[in-house]
Design a protein around this ligand. Structure first.
Ligand code: 48H
Length: 259
């Protein structure tokens, strides 16, 4: 049978539209497919939650692909290594309780497991705003990244979600929009984004987990964005905190959804 190009096109458009429409109303919307966002997606999907990840770029993986300074190996501590091993990712012990892992194996495995568990990834979509009522965020305002890049004046669409996870990493994009536009204080000491501090891996890894929590009604912050929001340090290419943070935020939200 000759291949029909129109059938191929129709299959893609139809399947994508079905998927997109199905995910306009979900339990959890995650912004950012870096390690913390993907870990949260995997865990929530395993818990049976309807979860989608919106990622601006064509590729998922955020800052994990590049390891440290483009050497595509990451470092994790014992707790991070345990998570990676649990996911079937090989780690090698180096020194002082530190382990290395191949960053490509980490990203591809995390993404694959999250997809297989039922999480949906929408790449090439940028989150430009939030859906808000009565001082609580109830979803995301999204547009194609290409629209954003071209600066086109094209209105966005909306996804409703019971909870939002802010996992945009260093720029803390979702909470910045809330701070700028929503007229309510964030759940930080100053009521605003406290800002990321310089490198101090030891403190940063601990505080990443402490700072993984609700940052605005309906919005929970994970990963690097958690430290930037609550004013802690950066940690460089050690990724255990990112994985633990993704897992922690999934547990918190799953509990909220169970009430
Ligand atoms: C859609 C968006 C938007 C938007 C951004 O940076 P990430 O990898 O985030 P984390 O927190 O999971 O991991 C941080 C880690 O990679 C890192 O940078 C570390 C450990 N740094 C330490 C240091 O000292 O430097 O991923 C965030 C993702 C990216 O893929 C962005 O493209 C995406 O979020 N994103 N997606 N809409 N508005 N903003």
């Amino acid at each position: 049978m000759a291949l029909d190009e129109i059938k191929i096109s129709r299959a893609i458009i139809k399947r994508f539209m079905e998927k997109f429409i199905d995910y306009l109303d979900i339990d959890v919307a995650i912004v950012g497919a870096g390690p913390s966002g993907m870990m949260a997606a995997l865990e929530l999907a395993k818990m049976g939650r309807k979860v989608a990840v919106f990622e601006r770029k064509l590729s998922i993986g955020g800052g994990m692909w590049g390891g440290g300074m483009m050497f595509n190996e990451i470092v994790v501590q014992k707790e991070g290594s345990d998570i990676l091993n649990e996911l079937g990712i090989k780690t090698i012990e180096t020194e002082d309780g530190l382990f290395t892992a191949d960053s490509v194996e980490c990203v591809t495995t995390l993404a694959s497991l999250a997809c297989k568990a039922g999480a949906k990834f929408f790449n090439l979509m940028s989150v430009e705003d939030v859906l808000i009522s009565n001082g609580r965020v109830n979803g995301l305002v999204i547009n194609w990244t290409s629209v954003e890049m071209a600066g086109l004046h094209i209105d966005p669409l909306v996804v409703r979600s019971k909870y939002v996870i802010e996992a945009t990493g260093h720029p803390v994009e979702v909470l910045k929009v809330i701070q700028r536009k929503c007229g309510h204080k964030l759940l930080t000491p100053s009521g605003e984004i406290e800002g990321e501090r310089s490198m101090c891996a030891d403190i940063a890894e601990t505080t990443t987990l402490e700072n993984t929590k609700e940052a605005f009604p309906g919005v929970y912050v994970a990963g690097m964005a958690a430290n930037a929001t609550f004013g802690s340090f950066r940690m460089g290419p050690i990724f255990g905190g990112m994985l633990l943070s993704g897992r922690k935020i999934a547990e918190i939200i799953n509990q909220k959804l169970s009430v």
